[in-house]
Every structure is written in structure tokens, then in C-alpha cells.
Design a protein around this ligand. Sequence first.
Ligand SMILES: [Fe+2]
Length: 250
Amino acid sequence: MYKHYTITDIHTHVLPNLDDGPENMEETEHLLTAMHAVGVDRIFCTSHYLSPSFEVSLQQMTSAYDLLQSTPQKSAWPALQLGAEMRVHLQQLERLKDSDWPRLGDTHYILLELPNLGLAQTTLQFVKRVTSAGLHPIIAHPERLVELQKSFDLVDQLLATGASFQLTASCFIPSAKADRPVNRLAWTLLETGYASVIASDSHNTNARPPALVAAYQGIEERFGEKAVIQLIENANKIWQDDEISRVAVR
Ligand SMILES: [Fe+2]
């Protein structure tokens, strides 16, 4: 459907046996092949990093990524770059230097996961610190933040840090329930011009599938092709380390 455009997915869990993504190489191959089949050309591999739920080191991510890059079948997969979804876990981050924060490839973009509950001032200060370090923080799935679902005013506080928002593709596919708070907030953030990019956050081919292209179709039905093209171009700009701006759907 968008075959004239290069499709980039900036948030995926494809590296084997690290987090709640694929459990082994076979599942990884299955997921990457499925992504390619639906038209995804390029992905950042963004396993969880500093998440309280998983212990994943940067060395493990690099080894898993190198393994994929050395696999002969990679011609049937999207092009890969290594990134990470770094949890804003302040106690853990205290032990790291700024230069140790994993970025999306060699770009100045960094994908941050905020705690779902407790959007504390210290969290906002950390996001500002990332911006001050010359990096561009991208907040993964802000629609999941319970405080944002309750109080839209916090959106401005969060964006005042210099961050951009990445919404999750599954919120925009036709089968997504419109009355779920997560989906409702995702549509509202897009409609009000607060979002910059959409990504699949895919973990597997069933429960959390590579739904990026399907989401673009859902968005096109509601807001037209122009909105989708801006989203596609922003994901490509991130890949190329160019500056992005928020998407105006109206
Ligand atoms: Fe994720």
C-alpha cells in the first residue's frame, strides 16, 4: 500500500532470548520474515534495557545483534540497526555515564520507556538531562502512562523536556477497541498534533505483531494519506539522523 515509501519501524523486540521478545532464533526469524512480508524495510532492534522485569546487558544485545547480522537469511528480513528501549530507572541510571546510554544506531535519538505509574518530577528532570546532553529523547508509548490518561495537562510538561512521542501501532488497527483508555489516548495524541512517530513495539507474530503498516492504513482512513506520509517520513528521518517535527493531521 505504501510501496513507494521506505517503511522504518523504530521500536521492535526481535533479538532472541533477551527480554519478552522472541525466545529463540527460530522465533526471531519468524518475526523478521513476517515484518518483511508486510512491507517493513528497516527496523531498530530495541530490546528492553534497565527494565525491572529483565536483566539484559548491552553486551548481550550486541552479541545477539551480531548473530543476526551474520545470518545468511538476512536478505529476507528488514535492514537492522541496533538500539534499545531504555527504561528511566533512576537508581540504575545513576551508575551510568551519559556516553553509556544506548542510542538508536549511531543517531542522536534515544528511545525511553517511562514508568507506567508515577510520572515524578525526577523522571521529567532525567528526560531534560538527556536533551541537555545533545540527544533527542523519544518517549515510547506515552498512551500507556496512566497519569496521562487521567490528566492531559501532563502532556505539555512531558513535551517541554524536548522529547517527542512514539505511539504504538496496535492502537490504530481496525480491530483495536476504541473505548480502551490506551487506544483513546493514542488517537487523541495523534489528532491534537502531539505525536511524531508510530512504531510496532512488536514482540512476536501473535499477541504483539508487526502492525505498523496496518496502523498506517487505519490512520489514513480517518485522517488521510498526508498524515501517514508525515509519520513515515519521521521514522525515516530518525533512521537517517535528521530532525523530526510533530505530525499535523488536520
Ligand atoms: Fe517495547
